[in-house]
Ligand binder design. Structure first.
Ligand code: C5P
Length: 399
């Protein structure tokens, strides 16, 4: 799967003849694993119906700024916060002008103003309108504010003209959206990540383990690879597929994970301990399946090695070490203490009691704690959180 998998994409379609290509765009975004919601401007509804977009996206289509069906009547803010990325395609000359002015006179422009997510714009208009100095000035303004410009394409236009101004083909738009996630922030760096749970054998058929899904570690592996790093992922047993361009080392127990980590971490640039390592293992593993005797069973447990702390003390210590602190109370205090005790450069603290960030969730909300300072990362998909962690690690690497 590419970078759009599980990404919440808000597609805003404005009123031009190319609006019909929005249908294909939704289909392709869904094919790439994205979760898509659609905004249609009033003009767009003249070209394509909300029902078509609803059927293709599987989500209600939004057309009005004042939406009495939305919770507390704040549909535009909910949509703005929901999005991981907003793409306006096609973007007419009028919408581009209104975006440049920061207007908020319909749902599309209001959400574009209210969203904290990155915004991409794929223009579509007559070649003369595209070439006009007013449009070019507006585009320059949008680009200088960090808006991603996708296209336009050149060629034959609906009006019979030939020239630049056509909406880029949907598959090229998808490609452009994908490339925005290739940050190259960790170009050529070697990153080692532990992820998932470990399993500690009791006998040949039973084990002790925990609820870790591995999603956060895998999202980090994927984000590091997208940033240009060479990534080695040491993973306990999970049901996830290895991300593209990541070397997977599958392990089962904490001892196996520790051995792999010490070997691979030597001289690495970054080590991230995202695994939920079992703290204890049975002192002895029975060679045969334990039988029921009717009088209970006592298991003696012994402590597993603290993998990340060992890596921190190893002679080939990586330049940066980042670990997680999953806490149920006094989050920051425990996390700060853990960072110092384990000898880490960064600790990522998350509250596992909050229902939206518990084990197995696709979302997370964390605090980054480093010796340079502390910063909260608001609730977002694990993928977006991973990208923010990568940006913070890259910054710390050069600090
Ligand atoms: O001590 P605690 O389990 O809360 O610490 C969490 C951090 O330490 C995580 O980064 C986890 O991957 C790492 N850890 C480890 N080996 C252990 C226990 C935790 O690497 N045995």
């Amino acid at each position: 799967m590419g970078h759009l998998n599980q990404r919440r994409i808000l597609l805003a379609i404005s009123g031009g003849i190319a609006a019909y290509k929005g249908a294909e765009l939704v289909r392709l975004l869904k094919k790439h694993g994205a979760i898509v919601k659609v905004i249609l401007s009033r003009g767009a509804t003249e070209f394509i119906t909300p029902l078509t977009m609803q059927a293709l996206s599987g989500e209600p289509t939004h057309t009005e700024l004042l939406d009495e069906t939305a919770e507390a009547g704040m549909g535009h803010i909910e949509l703005a916060r929901w999005a991981d990325l907003m793409i306006i395609a096609p973007a007419t000359a009028d919408v581009i002008a209104r975006l440049a002015q920061g207007r908020a006179d319909d749902l599309l422009t209001t959400v574009a103003l209210a969203t904290p997510a990155p915004v991409a714009v794929a223009p579509a208009m007559n070649q003369q309108m595209w070439a006009h100095a007013a449009t070019q000035d507006n585009i320059q303004q949008l680009v200088s504010r960090g808006i991603q410009l996708i296209g336009p394409d050149a060629g034959e236009q609906a009006c019979g003209d030939v020239g630049p101004g056509r909406l880029l083909e949907p598959d090229s738009i998808i490609m452009a959206l994908n490339t925005r996630y290739e940050t190259r922030l960790l170009e050529g760096k070697r990153v080692v990540i532990t992820a998932g749970p470990t399993r500690e054998a009791i006998d040949p058929v039973r084990y002790l383990s925990n609820h870790s899904s591995g999603k956060m570690g895998y999202a980090l592996a994927s984000a590091c690879a997208a940033a240009g790093a060479n990534v080695e992922l040491i993973s306990g047993p999970v049901t996830l597929e290895a991300p593209d361009r990541v070397v997977l080392h599958s392990v089962t127990s904490a001892e196996e994970m520790c051995e792999a980590a010490l070997a691979l971490a030597e001289g690495a640039d970054i080590f991230i301990g995202a695994a939920a390592v079992a703290d204890y293992r049975p002192a002895v593993m029975a060679n045969e399946k334990l039988k029921k005797h009717g009088d209970g069973l006592e298991l003696r447990l012994i402590e597993n090695p603290d993998i990340i702390a060992r890596v921190a003390q190893s002679p080939g210590r990586p330049t940066l070490l980042a670990g997680f602190a999953a806490e149920t109370h006094d989050l920051l205090e425990h996390a700060r203490e853990k960072r110092i005790r384990k000898g880490l450069d960064m600790i990522i603290a998350n509250d596992v009691m909050a229902p939206e960030t518990t084990f197995g969730s696709d979302q997370n909300a964390v605090y980054l704690i480093t010796d340079l300072g502390e910063a909260p990362l608001a609730l977002a998909s694990k993928r977006v959180i991973a990208e923010q962690i990568v940006a913070a690690l890259a910054a710390q690497l050069v600090a």
